[in-house]
Every structure is written in structure tokens, then in C-alpha cells.
Design a protein around this ligand. Sequence first.
Ligand SMILES: Cc1cc2nc3c(=O)[nH]c(=O)nc-3n(C[C@H](O)[C@H](O)[C@H](O)COP(=O)(O)OP(=O)(O)OC[C@H]3O[C@@H](n4cnc5c(N)ncnc54)[C@H](O)[C@@H]3O)c2cc1C
Ligand code: SF4
Ligand code: SF4
Length: 924
Amino acid sequence: MHTLAYGTDASFYRLVPKMVIKAKDEQEVSLILSECNRMEIPVTFRAAGTSLSGQAVTDSVLIVAGSGWTKRSIYDNGDYIKLQPGLIGGYVNKLLAPYGKKIGPDPASINAAMIGGIAANNASGMCCGTSANSYKTTAGMRIVFADGSALDTSDKSSRENFSKEHEKMISDISRLARQVKENQSLSERIGKKYKIKNTTGFSLNALTDFTDPFDIIEHLMIGSEGTLGFISEITYKTVSELPHKASSLMLFPDIRNACLATIILKQTPVQAVELIDRAGLKSVENEQGISAAIKLLDEHACALLVETAASCSEKLKENISVIKNSLTSIPTLFDIEFTAIAAEYELLWKIRKGLFPSVGAMRESGTTVIIEDVAFPIEYLADSAIDLRAILDRHKYSEAVIFGHALDGNLHFVFTQDFTSAAEIDRYGKMMAEISELVVKKYDGSLKAEHGTGRNMAPFVELEWGAEAYQLMKEIKRIFDPKGILNPGVILNDDNSAHLKNLKPLPIADDIIDKCIECGFCEPSCISTDMTLSPRQRIAVYREIKSLTDSGKQPHIAASLIKGYKYSGDSTCATDGLCAMNCPVKIDTGQMIKRIRKLNIRGNEKIALLLADNMHLLTAVMRSGLKKLAFFHSILGTAAFTALTGFLRTISFKSIPKWNEYMPAGAKKINIKSAESTDCTNKVVYFPSCINRAMGVSRDHKNEKQLSETLISLIKKGGFEIIFPSDMDKLCCGMAFMSKGCTKAGEKKSAELGESLLKASENGKYPVLCDMSPCLYTMKENLSNDLQIYEPVEFILKFLMPNLTVEPVNETISVFPVCSMKKMGLDGKLKELAQMCSTKVVVSDTNCCGFAGDKGFTVPELNKHGLRHLKDQLHSEGVKHGYSTSRTCEIGLSLHSGISHKSIVYLVDSVTKKLNNKNLTSCQ
Ligand SMILES: Cc1cc2nc3c(=O)[nH]c(=O)nc-3n(C[C@H](O)[C@H](O)[C@H](O)COP(=O)(O)OP(=O)(O)OC[C@H]3O[C@@H](n4cnc5c(N)ncnc54)[C@H](O)[C@@H]3O)c2cc1C
Ligand code: SF4
Ligand code: SF4
């Protein structure tokens, strides 16, 4: 199952590796390569697998160098950064932000793509053009070659040793460079071709731009797509991130005028100019932030999204004026207006970045979405764009969207394609042949501007470059990789129809996931990525299971996939939905898993309904069970009790949940009378979650009151009278049932809760507070909009803080925004509240803790995996106490960081006092 899962990248090719190796370090890569070289076994490298041209898939050995490869060092006040290949580009930019810097390459996929892939594809985006890509900004590299040998281009002794051990390679490279420089027509051609973006074939400009063989090697590695060696480290010269920005969506009567405007804009202080044709505008006309006027434009209209940036606001105004004045000779449909409001221009750029996926989201299920990536010399941009549209129309791809980095002559065209019939494959093949002729013969452009040659353009490299340059590329490959083991078939491929082979099937499987384009953007946010399956892999494997079961083919394979999926697909999915947050088509893979659970639940739904009807008994049993456990823990001590419960779990085949030392004792029953108050001007309905009604304090907090008591005291201090919903003991938000697929029981509990809260709040007159963020999220999703419902952070900030004085603690604390807070966009609020209460706040770098209600007890390895970096982060930052808003998550956070975590309510209560002599804030 796992080899199948790793057989997918973001391209429309599928090859299933025979072996997937998650290499740990350079020594391992070196060993694997030297052995594969000896045995002549092909090897492909993988970083994030977001490549679009089929360069990150293989049917041989796949070496994954992703999440474990994250070491980095920043030098010279942010001017240089040394990076391992598994760091995500967007994360690197976050590290550089305090220095006012960023890395040059800026692919739209930067929040998922990793440094190894960014460098090996020479990826670029809207701003970097040809002047700040990896080729132009690399400043040193560590490389492992096919024979297992390593070189550090920035280390003198490494270069000397390498020269001695690889004398022939070094002299061959120097000879090639000399030959090319002496060949005037070839070197002129190379110079011309790199005036525009080009990732077709190897980076031949390395041979004309440099003389030192190590500089040549380093620059040939850029854009080599894993076919020349492995990049184990790269140093980038960073670029400045100008702080003042403004953007304008300019509308032109037609594509010709938009392209003519682009040529003029190239001479002005613009950072980016993105073209969006009429079909592209149509695909986003309903997005928030897009003017309603777009819908009324005629069929020829075309837009340019333009950005300018400056070091100060005065300079920014000057830039805008220069840009506007430069375009007076070009007709526009509306006056040109810029916005410098971050929220407004960020929305425009978000829409632009989402163009490719938005076409993907509109496609028919079962078809593929393809993005092509060509570039033309900018002086021919208008004619070439018009010709391109004509070819698309002729081959009946009229729905295709054309957009791209106009400033660099780089146009993308996106269309949907059915690969299930020979006729459709033939149509695609003919259209691509015609486009190749257009790009190469008519305009001498690039067939791949930034996405890399891959398998997709490999058959066309000779067409684009000509026989002489093509032979040069073959010679380079022979020098670096004489046995041809590195990513064969990619960049150079003698098979004329390689681009039409190994096409990826995308069978209809489930409407929740059918729109998935397998881009991999969801992988960094998923807890089980790298442990079992990522969301993309869950989908890819599920598609295969459905296809096999529906067709009845290969039943033994289907059965083995289904068996493996139980744990890797189902049990280890936290169903937290974080995958949807970064998904360009908003797929929540957890919803599909819940649907699968529902199908498998059958008889258990009856038990769930029984439990739901007896919630009060269930919490009482939990309370007493936890009290008993706490009693034995106090007698036996942590070590002995951990060993005993571990043993019981083992002999019960893991049916007994895993106990740990941070497990709480049972809670005391909530004393409703304690909430009575005489001097309050406001009222709030407090719904204590069933978890907090059952779980009391753990041993590390034994001197504290339980959460409900602390919250009651804080609410009263903030001037609110508390109303408890009637039948509180029987109530539950239903999440625990729904997440297990017991939808009926979950919906029943949710309906009961909604009814009770409406009554208690007098139909929404008073706010409702729940003490667990995950429960609150479920309530927000399911309950009536008449209710104003809050989790603790938002409620405290909005209603209580104005009525309290604060004396912040002078110690470093951490906060962990749980998944539901992230999904509700409240993570910033948690930090804000914590910063009011402490002098130094660290936000945990971890995305999801994986406790997922009870998975921390039943699948504890998921929790351990999710929090594997937490301890190092919190200890290195000197954190003393951790805070969050979910009782169960706090158990896992304490266990895996060794730092006690509890609700932020405790912190707020301990640092605040009632504000005297002031009218208390009213909520009515
Ligand atoms: C929606 C979407 C939008 C995109 N937008 C852009 C864009 O704007 N601009 C752009 O240029 N690209 C874009 N891409 C393509 C892709 O995301 C980028 O090329 C990205 O840089 C690939 O990085 P990766 O980490 O996914 O690499 P992978 O796909 O894992 O690998 C890329 C190549 O590098 C090789 N490789 C990986 N690691 C190493 C290593 N350590 N040493 C040597 N070789 C290695 C692989 O074998 C492969 O050939 C987009 C993709 C998607 C899905
Ligand atoms: S719901 Fe969570 S665990 Fe499941 S696939 Fe999505 S991000 Fe991963
Ligand atoms: S679920 Fe979304 S983010 Fe993940 S691979 Fe599919 S389309 Fe991409």
C-alpha cells in the first residue's frame, strides 16, 4: 500500500516504486546511491512531491528526503541562509522575515514545496523572474553524486579532495565549458534562451556563465531534477522583502492590449505582472474580493494583476504614479486604481494563485486537470498568446484558462483532460505537438518555463534546443551519471511518446474527494504524514481501492489494500479537517474517513445511541474510573503504574487505552450553587463539556481547582452571572460520536444540546460559553445561528478582560492552538490573550497534536508522532508552563514535552483581579 501511496506526485503520471527509502542523512543517501550504482538500479529523489511534469515518480527506488531534512543556519544578518532539502519554502521565508529578507524563488506552491525540489526544479514564480531564481541566488551546495561521493562547493578542502578523486569528471566539465565558449553560435543561443524563463533540459548557461568547474557543477545541479546528483544542502543569497506594497487589477479590452501594456510595464518599478485571460476571470468571478463588474465584461477582456513595492510609503506613491503615467497610451476598461491595503491586495493574489486549482475544482469527476507552462520572448507575447488560444480552440479545449507571469513572457494554460480513452489521449497528443511547434518554431520560446522538463517535455527537448545542444546535455549526463541510474526518463528521453505513457488514473471514488488534484498542499498540515498516510495518499489509495473493488479486478490486491487502510487510512486519521485549510479545492479528507467509519459501524450505532441516551451515567462511570486509576497511581507511583497499565494494554491486544502520568483524576460533580452571584450585571450560559465534567485535575496540577471551578470563579470575577443549561449532565455536543462515524447518536446529542442552550440563553439573548474549543467548533457547525457561542479565549477577551486588571507573569510560557482554534481562525486570539498575561509567549510550532479526543489513548503513537518536535522547541525557548483550550490535547502536550499544560483559563484567573469603580462591560 505504501509504495502505491508514494507513486503519486502532483503530475498526471503514475509510477509505483518498488522500494521507498526515507533517508535519514547524507551518509545514508551516499550508501544507497553507491549500492544502486553498483547494481545499476534506477533511483529517484522526492522532496514534497508537488512537481507537475512527472519528475518525482519512479517504478524503481524512491529516496524521500523530506521532513527529516530540516537543519538550517542564517548568516550575515540574513543575507545568506544554508538549508537542508526538506525545509518548506514558506517556512524558510518565515525564518527570514525578521531580517526583512526572503529566498529568491517564489513558486505558488511555496507553502508545500521543499528546498530540494525548489532548487532541483529551478522553480520560480510571480516576482523572482530570471534574476532571483535558484540559479541566480545559489551560493554554495553540498552534493552527493551517483557513485556515492560527496562534494561541498563552498569548502576548499572538499573541492581539493574531489578534484583528486574525480580528476576526469572535473577535466571533462572544464573541457565542455571551453568548447561551448569557443562555439560562438551555441553560446549566443544559450545566452538568448535564458533571457526568458527556461527549465527545458539542463541549465546550459552554467557552461557559458562560469569557468570554475565547481561553479559549473553547482549551477548545473539547479534545474537538474534529480538526474545529476542529490542536493544535501544549499546556501542561498537572500533577497530583500520590501515592506510597502500596492496592487492593481487592471482591465483591458483584449489580450493584445494587456500584452502591450506588459512590455511597457517591464520598464517601470513593478514587482510582478500577472496576466489573466477572460476564461480565467470567469473562473474566479464569484470569489470574494473580485469586483461584480467582472461578470459584465465582454468575451475578449483581459486583466493584468500588477504589484509594486518600495522601502517607504512615499516611494510607493511615486512608483504608482510612474506606473499609471506609463500606460496612458494603452486603452483600459476602467481607470487604474491601486490598493495598498494588505487585506485587499492579499485577496487578489490569493485568487490569482488559486486559478489552477479553481479550474481543477470545476472539472468533471474522473478527469485530470493539466497545467502547461510555456514562455515566449516578451516582444511576441501578444501574438503568441493569441496563437495559443487559437490552437486550444481548434482542438476543442475552449474552456482552457490562460494566465501567467507576463513580465517574463511565461504563460500557463490549464485545461481538463480525460485520459480514459485512446481518442482523448490522441487529442491531447496532437494539441501538444502543435503547441510545441508554435513555441519552438514560430517564437523560439521555452516549452517549460518553470515547472521542469520532467517526463512531460523530455521528448521535446531536442526539438527546442536543436541537435548540438541536445548532444551537449547527453554529454553532461554521461559525465555526472555514467550508468544512467539517476531519475532515468526525466529531462532526457529517447522515447518520442514518453509523455503519453504511465498516465495517472483518477477514478471516481467519493464525491468528497473526487476533485482532488493530488497536489500535496495538504501534506504539511496533516499529523499522519510521514507516519502512515498523508491526506493525498489516503485519497490516492482510496481511489485505487474503489477502482479495484468496482471493477472486480485483482481481488487479492484490493483485499490487502483494504486491510492496510484500516490502520493507515482510518485509525490514524485524527479527522480534524486541518487538511482542508491548505487544500486549494477545500477537501476535508477527514470527512471521507468519517464516511468510511459510518459504513463500517453497523451494529455499533445501536450501542452509540444507548450511550448517548445515558450520557450522565457515562460521565459518572468515567469520573469514578479515573478516580480509581488516580488512587492506584498515588499508591504505586508513576513508574510502576505505567509498567502495569502498559502490560495490561499489551495482553489485551491494545483494547485497553494507554495510561500515562498526566491522566487526570475523576472530576467532582459541578456545584451549581457555587456559580450563584449577587453583584453581576451580565449573564452567560456556561456549558461544561462532558470531558471536563468527567476529567478533574492531574497529578502535576494537584494543588489547582478543577477547570469548571476555576472558570466559574473567573466568570464571576469578570462580572457575569452564570446560567447552567438544565439537564447539564445529559448533554454533549455529539463530536465524540460523529468522529467515530456514529452520526445518528451524534446528531441526536447535538439537537438536544441546541434545544437546551436556546432555552437557557432565552433564544440567544445571552452568550453561551463552552470550555473546550473542539466541542465549541462542533457546536458552531451544527447549532442554530440564533445562539452566540464562544470558546474560552474569545469569551474572555471580549467580555471578561475589559472588566479585569492584569499583572502579567514574568516567565516564558507557550500556547498551543488546537486544530479547532486554527479552523475558526482564533489562533491569533490565543496568542493575544497569552501576551496580556505573560511577558514572553512562545507559540508551539506543532500543527496538530493528534490526541483527537481519545486517539491519544487508543492510538498513542499518533500523538507521539505529532508532537515529536515539541520538547526540543519548548525546552530550547525556556518555556516553563504550557497553555491550551482542550483538556485531552493538554494530556498529550504535557506527556510529550515534559512541561505541564493546562487550560489558559488558569493563567488568566491567576493574573487578573476584578476592576473596581468602573461600569462593567455589558453583553446585552
Ligand atoms: C498547484 C501548484 C502550483 C505550482 N506553482 C508553481 C509555480 O508557481 N512555479 C513553479 O516553478 N512550480 C510550481 N509548481 C510545481 C512545484 O511545486 C515546484 O516545482 C516545486 O519546487 C517542487 O518542489 P517539491 O518539493 O515538491 O519537489 P519534488 O516534486 O519532490 O521534486 C522535484 C524534483 O527535484 C528532485 N529532487 C527532490 N529533492 C532533491 C534533492 N534533495 N536533490 C536533488 N534532486 C531532488 C526530484 O527528483 C524531482 O525531480 C506548482 C505545483 C502545484 C501543484
Ligand atoms: S483529517 Fe487530519 S489526520 Fe485526517 S487526513 Fe485530514 S489533516 Fe490528516
Ligand atoms: S486533498 Fe486538496 S491539497 Fe490534498 S492533494 Fe488533494 S487537492 Fe491537493
